[in-house]
Design a protein around this ligand. Structure first.
Ligand code: TXA
Ligand code: MG
Length: 323
């Protein structure tokens, strides 16, 4: 298959819509990372996403809608708290998990989009191009990050091309993604919010609306060998965000301590930042890095999302810098 790259002008948007309407997939920019989109109501189109990414069959997809109204039409139970959060954070990097309505009320979303779970994840991307494509299509788009499964998430069209060239028909090049880290994934329980994947919306921001629980999967080692409970968000168990180089996560008292500890290393990230983190991993790979040392940030604010990505990229290989 030939992969073409188009600008997000009328021509590009029309081509994306044409492909999506005909049951094809297309990579599109969002404010977080690039997404690999398909009609969320079409199981055959969803299947193409799993094949192109090499995505494990038990890792459910996020459904992207243009607004709360569209979310309400999907046959999901949307609690009042979620409506409040939608008012504040949509369009934006917050993904909310809702229960499907009882089987007697038919959910419009096929089981394939959430891998047979009785829930579905929904968000409204804060990106002009993504919103325009959803609106013109008139149906919701299932879209995971547009990388090959396991590799760092794509924040530039080039990253998508490097991973999926020949596997997808179209990439819309909307430039660099603003956030650079994925959406925050939350579930609801008895008026509380449970963070399953930390992201661009911070726990502190959510705390203004409800009690927030950070699920154990966020900071813990969730590799299948170490966890034997049912995971609330299946994606957390898989190899993730990993460049070709070995990543070593470093706990250091100070930046100086980190710098002196890694003085001999060629590839280091002393101060991970959300909008450049994934791009740096890819850039280091392109420079032939064998090892990348990354200082773990404090796990609060956006630092929690970075911490979560770094320990996964490092496959839980965390060491302490000696003073
Ligand atoms: O920012 C983002 O969220 C990007 C852009 C493209 O929107 N998308 C993204 O998708 O990061 P993906 O597939 O790479 O990650 C989706 C995460 C996974 O951890 C998955 O397990 C979780 O959301 N998820 C999806 N549906 C779920 C559900 N019904 N229950 C629990 N977790 C779910
Ligand atoms: Mg992903």
């Amino acid at each position: 298959m030939k992969t073409i790259i188009l600008k997000p002008d009328n021509n590009g948007i029309n081509e994306a819509v044409r492909l999506l309407k005909s049951g094809e997939i297309a990579a599109i920019p969002t404010e977080t990372v690039y997404g690999l989109a398909a009609n969320a109501l079409d199981p055959a189109a969803i299947e193409k996403i799993f094949i192109a990414k090499g995505r494990p069959r038990n890792n459910p997809l996020i459904v992207h809608v243009s607004d709360l109204e569209m979310a309400k039409g999907l046959g999901l139970e949307i609690p009042l708290l979620a409506e409040k959060l939608a008012e504040k954070f949509w369009a934006g990097p917050l993904t909310m998990i809702f229960k499907r309505k009882s089987p007697t009320v038919e959910s419009r979303l096929p089981a394939e989009v959430s891998c047979g779970l009785d829930t579905a994840a929904v968000r409204v991307p804060a990106h002009e191009t993504a919103l325009e494509i959803i609106k013109v299509c008139g149906f919701p788009l299932a879209a995971p990050s547009a990388n090959a499964s396991g590799s760092p998430s794509p924040t530039k069209a080039r990253h998508v091309y490097d991973d999926l060239n020949g596997l997808i028909p179209l990439i819309i090049d909307g430039g660099e993604c603003g956030c650079g880290v994925e959406s925050t994934v939350i579930a609801f329980e008895a008026g509380r919010v449970r963070i399953l994947r930390p992201g661009a919306v911070t726990p502190e921001q959510l705390q203004e609306f409800a009690e927030v629980i950070i699920d154990d999967v966020v900071l813990a080692d969730c590799q299948p060998s170490t966890v034997n409970r049912q995971l609330p968000s299946p994606g957390t168990a898989h190899k993730h965000y990993s460049p070709k180089a070995q990543v070593i996560a470093v706990v250091a008292e100070s930046e100086d301590a980190f710098l002196s500890y890694t003085a001999e290393a060629d590839f280091i990230i002393a101060k991970p930042e959300a909008n450049t983190f994934f791009a740096k991993l890819r850039e280091f790979d392109n420079h032939g890095a064998k090892q990348i040392f990354i200082r773990l940030p404090e796990p609060k604010g956006i630092g929690l999302a970075l911490y979560n990505r770094i320990i996964r990229a490092a496959e839980f290989n965390v060491i302490k810098a000696k003073e």
